[in-house]
Write a protein that binds this ligand. Structure first.
Ligand code: SF4
Length: 455
């Protein structure tokens, strides 16, 4: 601290100990009085989040001593008061409002968001970061819909169209078993020439081949399609799939709930109310499910926050969601390829805001396939506690230009997590610790019990 006393005093800054702060905090007291538009809180935040390494202090002090316009994170006094109120809510564990969410999205820098989200992340999940050993199956890319953000779908007669046979599906299940996977994640296109029984058989074939493999299959959009082609209610559709071996539902198809945005990116698929109704029905039947949000295309902050609030509302009602997965839009080979893909900053901000808004979700997933391993690794300090799995055979986002490898090994995932300063733990689909002996495994304690034990 002594290093900074002289330069700060010379410039009429004071250095004061701040209760609870892990780093010294510089207050530009006189300068602040003369420049009330820049606030103490803003400067304090900037220092607290950057001050782990000594060399950065001198850089930051230079920034502080520069004229105000060079101080990039400064904000108005009104905004600083708003941020202070939100910080108080986060620290007290109180719920953030829609307006709070929009404010965070539009006015607060990524480091402040990350610092706040990390408070919630560590409160809920301690230092643990989980992953699962899973395998993907996209049994067909033939799809009746034409979502403008989708690079995966194909017309029936297109050269790249494919549909798995029963044999190929069983082979994928056996491959999963040989790799020690605990889960198979199944989503695909809506093949208009396949009856509902074909989709049920996908689940049945996997279940018969490897009964212990957890089958997480068919998004709300697919369940809606099955209901449409069978003319049966959602409950009936879900019951047939549960009988065939369905274990839980993935969170895809939610995109952005706002109907105006939805009409621009996926006008034909299930609307938001249907997606929500299907997940409510699944939860009522005892199925757990996930939730997603596709961001970084034509939507705005208010659409993202509205989406999170609607998910939070259903979670209050059912408690059936396990994790939330923000999905970064990949423009390549899509009808929206004129839009640049979201920046790393937007990825981290979205993860942090999701963690802050979804106070009733236990987990936030950094889906490394879409984010890239590096951003996903950093996301573990911005609210995320889950890196998803050792995914192999992933097609949907690689068709849209994802440059990540199609699979990571357990060793690579452990390294990513440990480098981020977190403790890796393998989980199963239902967020229980996996106790492993090579390719064999059993489910242990829920992660929540591990977090409680480590507190
Ligand atoms: S996102 Fe799904 S429903 Fe939409 S076109 Fe692609 S495969 Fe079909």
């Amino acid at each position: 601290m002594d290093t900074f006393v002289l330069p700060t005093e010379c410039h009429d800054f004071s250095m004061n100990p701040v209760p609870g702060a892990r780093h010294p905090v510089v207050f530009p007291s006189q300068w602040l009085l003369e420049n009330p538009q820049w606030t103490r809180r803003t400067i304090e935040c900037r220092l607290l989040v950057n001050s782990a390494a000594t060399p950065r202090y001198s850089l930051l002090l230079s920034a502080l001593l520069s004229p105000a316009p060079n101080f990039t994170f400064a904000m108005s006094a009104d905004h600083a008061r708003q941020l202070a109120a939100i910080e108080d809510k986060v620290l007290a564990g109180d719920r953030l409002s829609f307006d709070d969410g929009v404010f965070l999205d539009e006015h607060v820098d990524v480091l402040t968001l990350g610092r706040l989200a990390n408070v919630v992340r560590e409160r809920k999940n301690g230092n643990l970061a989980c992953y699962n050993t899973n395998i993907h199956l996209n049994p067909t890319n033939v799809c009746v819909y034409r979502c403008t953000f989708c690079a995966f779908r194909a017309d029936l007669k297109a050269e790249r169209a494919y549909t798995f046979t029963d044999e190929m599906i069983r082979e994928r299940a056996l491959e999963a078993k040989s790799q020690g996977a605990t889960e198979i994640h199944v989503v695909g296109g809506l093949h208009h020439q396949k009856p509902f029984e074909w989709y049920v058989d996908v689940v049945r074939n996997i279940h018969e081949a490897v009964p212990e493999l957890h089958i997480k299959a068919w998004t709300g959009v697919e369940i809606n399609w099955f209901s449409f082609i069978t003319k049966k209610p959602y409950r009936w559709v879900l019951e047939q799939l549960i009988d065939a071996g369905l274990g839980s539902m993935p969170g895809g198809g939610a995109e952005i709930f706002d109907e105006e945005v939805r009409s621009q990116i996926c006008e034909h698929k299930a609307d938001s109310q249907h997606w929500i109704d299907i997940h409510r029905e699944a939860h009522t039947l005892g199925l757990r499910s996930n939730a997603t949000m596709l961001y970084g295309h034509v939507e705005q902050a208010r659409h993202r926050i509205d989406h999170l609030c609607r998910l939070r509302e259903l979670q209050d009602e059912t408690g059936g969601f396990q994790t939330f997965i923000p999905l970064a839009f990949h423009p390549e080979n899509t009808g929206l390829d004129h839009i640049p893909k979201p920046s790393g900053l937007m990825d981290l901000k979205t993860i942090a805001i999701s963690r802050l808004m979804l106070d009733n979700f236990d987990h936030i997933k950094a889906y490394w396939i879409m984010l890239g391993e590096k951003t996903a690794q950093i996301a573990l300090s911005f609210g995320a506690d889950d890196l998803d799995g050792t995914v192999v055979h992933e097609l949907i986002y690689h068709d849209a230009g994802a440059k990540t490898p199609e699979g990571l090994t357990v060793e690579q995932i452990h390294q990513l997590i440990r480098e981020a300063g977190r403790e890796p733990v393998e989980r199963d689909t239902l967020y229980r610790q996996v106790i492993r002996n090579g390719a064999d495994w059993t489910a242990g304690a829920p992660l929540s019990a591990m977090v409680a034990a480590s507190a």
